[in-house]
Write a protein that binds this ligand. Structure first.
Ligand SMILES: NC(=O)c1ccc[n+]([C@@H]2O[C@H](COP(=O)([O-])OP(=O)(O)OC[C@H]3O[C@@H](n4cnc5c(N)ncnc54)[C@H](OP(=O)(O)O)[C@@H]3O)[C@@H](O)[C@H]2O)c1
Length: 226
């Protein structure tokens, strides 16, 4: 088993959910190869991602990730019963943050309940009964809206631009990072956080480190020094 259970903690503040970010990088720090994270991780990493989703009320993505990678917010069939036994809906709610409103349609993401958080007045390209569009100003509003809906655990799966805003707003509790034993190289590297520099740097406390077949599975707690 990779990391102790539960993977997602209890909310650390009354006014917002617990929020963990889960990402993967190559040893040279690349978060994407040829514009996609697909192919960086192993099946073990994929399984951990699904186990994290299995504990989440909401799985959060930036629109760039939804456009880049063939993903949804769902768990596979074998994890449905575990969620129901834990008192959760069979599937997590998917949530996408966008400013442009430009989301891919059609897309299997919207097969289950999806919140689209739009940080502008732009028209949203997806209009479906499963999709609720919520107008917001910032990622703080996203998390506040989720708290208002009774959400207790959020798993954010990136991407790097959304991560940047969440860290800057001090909304991230834990970071799950898989370090794949691979080198990608190439110009203009995309790393795990894409935005203004943190000054001072944010400190992380290592809480768990597991190696399997050369892949490192790391869990950190973010220390905002509060
Ligand atoms: N290695 C990994 O674990 C991992 C995980 C996820 C993604 N990725 C990779 O990351 C790349 C995509 O990078 P990215 O930085 O573009 O991803 P992203 O953060 O998912 O998407 C950026 C877009 O999301 C929206 N967004 C993000 N933060 C926002 C905010 N604070 N307010 C309003 N909208 C916001 C905007 O959408 P609009 O453009 O629609 O306005 C923005 O352009 C892909 O290559 C993907 O494969 C890697």
């Amino acid at each position: 088993m990779i990391h102790a259970r539960p993977l997602l903690g209890e909310p650390r503040r009354a006014d917002r959910p617990f929020l963990a970010i889960n990402m993967i990088a190559t040893v040279d720090g690349r978060a994407a190869v040829n514009g996609s994270a697909v192919g960086i991780g192993s099946p073990t990493d994929h399984h951990l991602m699904m186990e994290l989703r299995a504990e989440a009320d909401v799985v959060l993505h930036g629109a760039g990730t939804v456009r880049a990678d063939p993903l949804s917010a769902r768990v596979p069939r074998d994890l449905l019963q575990r969620r129901v036994t834990a008192g959760l809906p069979a599937q997590p709610t998917g949530a996408i943050v966008t400013r442009s409103g430009n989301l891919p349609v059609p897309h299997p993401y919207y097969d289950t309940a999806t919140l689209v958080y739009v940080c502008s007045d732009n028209r949203v390209t997806v209009q479906l009964p499963t999709v609720e569009v919520v107008r917001i100003q910032s990622v703080e509003d996203v998390v506040a809206d989720l708290a208002h809906r009774g959400v207790r655990r959020v798993l954010c799966e990136g991407g790097p631009t959304l991560n940047s805003a969440l860290f800057a707003a001090q909304l991230v509790d834990d970071v799950y990072l898989t370090l794949a034993p691979k080198l990608a190289a190439g110009p203009s590297p995309l790393t795990l956080i894409n935005g203004p520099a943190f000054q001072p740097m944010l400190r992380l406390q290592l809480r768990s480190c597991v190696e399997q077949e050369g892949e490192l599975f790391l869990r950190y707690r973010v220390d905002y020094g509060l």
